[in-house]
Each structure stands twice: as structure tokens, then as C-alpha cells.
Ligand binder design. Structure first.
Ligand code: 8YV
Length: 322
């Protein structure tokens, strides 16, 4: 019997090898994702003793789990985003939350650059065109837009935003940014608002975490400001962009193109986007390499082991003050 038996629960749907380790090493029963029933298993047996829930950014933690787990003290999450976990409500109950920062920064930034190149140079669209026999027909593929030297705005200059900026500097891009607060010591121009940023760039890259803000940071006005020759890349969260306005503007030619890894209601991708050649659609895979996902799983286990042994988390989320 594991010494941790009864102390750890895991949310259904985690990376299979992580789930296996949680079962084998911590005897962690599986909690269904979504609303929990305190009278059903595993809560009927473990609800009173479970101190830690292991989950992911995608699976999140349903508010009902906070209520149903009186002994809960920590939520250990796979992924850096925590918009699916109410960190403030957890903190109010004395529950701390950890995520997996840093280890996924490079892969997410690589994906953002890939999306920027693909959307502006129309690589996926050209690939489809070759496969469909467009080249055989003797026609030329339409000219695309240059990323090298472009003016790029980064929305959210955290770890990932900075890694994207660094990569784009190597492309000779002129980088500017908007962030909740200016970041000291960076060589990039600060724009006072998302609209000011969008108005002054060729490419807007969203690297901001989805928050609880009522209105998306990138709304119709910001997309219109990017304009028919402008491009949007989103590796942050779908909730940061007004998806309806995005679809409208891409359809009408009011926006040049987009590269998206995240959507408002994943895994739903609006039908209209699927039919547009100007948009590159990825299934939220920015951190999805064998190496990075293994690093993320290792950091989850490090947080869990450290919590169980020492009562502290290695990479806790700091609750932000307004
Ligand atoms: C994760 C992500 O892989 O880390 C994040 O915030 O969006 C992804 O890269 C995913 O959230 C894990 O569930």
C-alpha cells in the first residue's frame, strides 16, 4: 500500500504515463472531470482525506470539487495556463495551486513562430494547392507577405511572450508589446493598450493567458486596426480574442490572415474558419512535443512529491492582487 494512499486524487484524462505513475506510486483514484458527486466514488471513500488533486490546464478543477474536498490543500496542474482553476477561490480556502512554467516556453514560442511564418507565407495553403494539382495546372501560387523585418506586436510579455520576441528579433522584426504593466529592462517599445499595439504592427501575437475579463482584449476594433494586410497569431487562450469578429473579418477580407492554436470553445473550431484558406488551424498543440510533455510530467511529479514530503510546491501560482 502506498504511503500516500488516500491523500492524492487524479483527474480523468491526464497524459497516460503520468496517470499510470499517479496510480502506481500514489494509489491516486481517478476523479471524473467536470462536476463531482460527493456521494459517488472516489469521493465517497476519499473525499474526507484527499489533500491533493492532480489535474491539467485542459481538465481544470470544477468549483464543486473545492466544496467536496474539505481536506484539500493543493492542486497540482499539468500546463502553465490556469484559467480553468479558480486560483483565488482556492487560495481563499487555503488551497495552493502549482503549474508547469518554463519547461514549455520554448515549444510554445517555436509554435508561435511557426504559425506566423505559415499564416504570412501561406505555407499550409500552398501545400494544399500543390496537393490539389494547382502547380500542375501551370498557374503560380499568389505572392505572400514577408515576416522578416515585419513590425510585430506581442500581447502579453511574460516568459512565453519574451521567448517569441527573442526569436522574432532573429528575423529582423521590430518588436513592440502590450502587457498589464510595462516590463522593466526589455528593448521593446511599450504600447499603452491592445488597440495602440494592433494599430502599429503587421502581426499581432497573442501570448496572454485567458483571464476573467468581461471583454476580450483583442476585440473587433483591434482586429480592424490590424487591417486587410495584418495578421493575428494566438498561442494564448481563445477567450483573449473575439472569435466572432475574427471570423467576420477573415471572411470579409478585413484581416489578412491568422494562425491559431487556441479557440473560444475547444475543441470546437467554428465551421467558417475551417473553410478559409487564410487561416492556419492547430489543435492546441503548442507544447505538444515528446520532450516538453515529458518535462511537464516530471515537474508535476516534483510538485506532488515535494508537497507530500515538505508541504510546499516547487512552482506555485502566485495569486495576483488587483
Ligand atoms: C498544455 C497549455 O499542454 O500549458 C498550457 O497552458 O495551454 C498547453 O500547452 C495544456 O494546458 C495541458 O492541459
Amino acid at each position: 500500500m502506498s504511503a500516500a494512499a488516500g491523500r492524492v486524487l487524479q483527474t480523468a484524462g491526464l497524459k497516460p504515463d503520468l496517470a499510470r505513475t499517479l496510480s502506481a506510486e500514489f494509489a491516486a483514484p481517478v476523479l471524473p472531470a467536470g462536476p463531482v458527486d460527493p456521494h459517488a466514488e472516489p469521493l465517497a471513500s476519499y473525499g474526507a482525506t484527499a489533500e491533493v488533486v492532480v489535474t491539467s490546464g485542459r481538465l481544470g478543477l470544477h468549483p464543486s470539487a473545492l466544496e467536496a474536498l474539505p481536506a484539500l490543500r493543493a492542486v497540482v496542474s499539468f500546463g502553465v495556463g490556469h484559467d480553468t482553476i479558480d486560483v483565488a477561490a482556492a487560495a481563499a480556502r487555503g488551497v495552493v495551486v502549482s503549474t508547469t512554467p518554463d519547461v514549455l516556453t520554448d515549444c510554445v514560442a517555436d509554435t508561435a513562430v511557426g504559425l506566423a511564418l505559415d499564416a504570412m507565407r501561406r505555407l499550409s495553403a500552398a501545400d494544399r494547392w500543390v496537393r490539389a494539382g494547382g502547380w500542375d495546372s501551370g498557374r503560380d501560387f499568389p505572392l505572400a507577405r514577408r515576416l522578416s523585418g515585419a513590425r510585430v506586436g506581442i500581447l502579453g510579455l511574460g516568459r512565453i511572450g519574451r521567448a517569441i520576441a527573442l526569436r522574432l528579433e532573429a528575423f529582423g522584426c521590430r518588436v513592440s508589446y502590450h502587457n498589464r504593466r510595462p516590463v522593466p529592462g526589455v528593448p521593446y517599445a511599450y504600447a499603452a493598450s491592445p488597440l495602440a499595439l494592433a494599430s502599429s504592427v503587421d502581426l499581432l501575437v497573442v501570448a496572454a493567458a485567458g483571464g476573467t475579463a468581461a471583454a476580450p482584449l483583442v476585440g473587433r476594433a483591434e482586429l480592424e486596426a490590424l487591417g486587410p494586410d495584418g495578421f493575428l497569431v494566438n498561442v494564448g487562450r481563445g477567450s483573449v480574442v473575439d472569435e466572432t469578429a475574427l471570423v467576420d473579418l477573415l471572411r470579409s477580407g478585413g484581416l489578412g490572415g491568422a494562425g491559431l492554436d487556441v479557440y473560444a470553445a475547444e475543441p470546437h473550431v467554428p465551421e467558417a474558419l475551417r473553410t478559409l484558406d487564410e487561416v492556419v488551424l492547430l489543435p492546441h498543440l503548442a507544447s505538444g512535443t515528446v520532450e516538453t510533455r515529458a518535462d511537464m510530467a516530471r515537474l508535476v511529479l516534483e510538485n506532488l512529491r515535494t508537497w507530500l514530503a515538505e508541504g510546499r510546491l516547487v512552482t506555485p501560482v502566485h495569486v495576483s492582487t488587483p
